[in-house]
Ligand binder design. Structure first.
Ligand code: SF4
Ligand code: SF4
Length: 421
């Protein structure tokens, strides 16, 4: 029995629906020492400024060069599996892209708020988290700003298999990762059908063809807070979930952001930061485009993800993912501020495909060359390669023609068609 003085003082208790539809509500005690703000600290005028002057863009476009490159370094198994996944997923992504144009299939009953009916249906379909907020155009990708048709957003999180995820990094964990996307894409289309049957429009934002940064809207809808691993930490499964959204003109009431204590908890936990093999996660929070967050270094993550079965170690080692927020926060309170699982093999250990095991404090070493990957859009990368040629000699007429043909191909195809990961 722990002494009373060892306990942390509780600031507030968050009550959330149980993990699955029909489960009892859960309580999450948030220690006084962990309270900051509901959601995430924001400077709204800065968010608006960056969105206006430097709008964000999809990785499908902005990072197209390395997204193509990953296919050249995948293991044979991953290559085969990803190809199959893309084939299966393509019809779901295409259906979502035009879903906003489909007319309702019934006449709406006037004056009825549909929030709880849609939430219930979403939970019945299997979504672990369902929340409501306004579609915030400040987080929309430049290429998608005009695509979004309706102002209300339904945020949907689908849990990914627990056991498979604990085997990260592995092909088995990739089955869970991409398999969840396949299920989610289909379930979101089903939920949209349901909304149309209530007399309203519904536009599916595919989890594989994102319309913008989804996490800020999930945080606004009270479904979790942003973790130091750059992922949404929601109450039951942390970041072990895949995210999709539906925008609609159905009458709904917005949820509110919540302070689960995660913003500060991550500063004390730091497990993902310490365990990241690419050293892509940083200890200190910074103000980035108007939000205070731990900013991931993309160029140090991508080469690891590409070569080690999608990596995802930052998801696997997160105590919120592994034990759930109610257990972790209760433990923090009762032990006077300890992080459940920190420094244990059970939480922090991981194994590469070749059988090499890394326990707490152990990390693989990669040389500088490992991190050299193509940068930017496909045309950025083509120009970079052409410039390198100029360093050696003047290119031949044939090389100039090859360059022009490749560039024309990129211009003609517009955006890359590979799905989001
Ligand atoms: S996916 Fe791997 S390399 Fe990338 S941030 Fe997470 S732990 Fe680091
Ligand atoms: S591992 Fe710890 S620091 Fe990283 S996201 Fe999870 S709770 Fe936050």
């Amino acid at each position: 029995m722990l002494k009373e003085e060892a306990r942390e003082k509780v600031s507030h208790v968050v009550t959330r629906p149980g993990r699955k539809h029909g489960d009892a509500d859960v309580q999450i005690p948030v220690a006084e020492a962990l309270t900051t703000v509901p959601g995430i600290p924001l400077k709204e005028e800065d968010v608006a400024f960056y969105s206006r002057v430097y709008p964000i863009e999809s990785q499908n476009i902005e990072k197209a060069a390395d997204r193509e490159w990953v296919w050249t370094v995948y293991t044979e198994d991953i290559l085969k599996y990803r190809t199959r996944h893309d084939e299966l997923n393509e019809p779901l992504v295409s259906a979502a892209a035009v879903s906003g144009n489909i007319e309702p299939t019934a006449t709406a009953e006037q004056g009825v708020d549909l929030t709880e009916m849609i939430r219930l249906k979403g939970r019945e379909l299997g979504f672990g988290e369902v929340g409501f907020t306004k579609f915030d155009h400040k987080y929309a990708y430049a290429s998608k700003k005009r695509w979004v048709k309706y102002e209300h957003t339904i945020c949907l999180a689908l849990e990914q298999d627990y056991a498979q995820t604990q085997s990260i990094p592995s092909l088995n964990a990739e089955f869970a990762h991409f398999g969840t996307y396949e299920i989610e894409g289909a379930l979101a289309l089903d939920l949209a059908d349901y909304i149309r049957s209530l007399g309203y429009h519904a536009q599916v934002h595919s989890p594989n063809d994102n319309s913008g940064a989804y996490i800020p809207m999930f945080v606004a809808a009270g479904l979790g807070q942003l973790g130091a691993n750059g992922q949404l930490l929601s109450p039951h499964f942390g970041s072990r979930a895949r995210l999709a959204m539906i925008t609609t003109d159905a009458p709904i009431t917005y949820d509110e952001p919540i302070d689960y204590g995660i913003h500060q908890f991550c500063q004390e936990c730091q497990v993902c930061v310490n365990r990241c093999p690419g050293r892509a996660l940083v200890k200190q929070k910074v103000w980035w485009r108007g939000a205070e967050k731990n900013k991931l270094i993309y160029e140090r993550c991508r080469p690891v993800m590409a070569r080690y079965d999608g990596c995802g170690i930052c998801m696997k080692v997160c105590p919120i993912q592994k034990y759930g927020m109610p257990v972790v926060m209760k433990y923090y309170v009762e032990t006077g501020g300890e992080i459940l699982g920190k420094n244990t093999d059970n939480l922090e250990g991981f194994e590469f495909d070749d059988g090499t095991y890394f326990g707490p404090g152990q990390l693989p070493q990669f040389d500088r060359q490992f991190f050299e990957i193509p940068h930017g859009t496909k045309s950025d990368w083509l120009f970079e390669q052409f410039k390198d040629k100029l360093n050696d000699n003047m290119p031949s007429t044939e090389e100039i023609m090859d360059f022009a043909v490749e560039l024309k191909k990129i211009v003609d195809e517009g955006h890359t068609t590979r799905g989001d990961e």
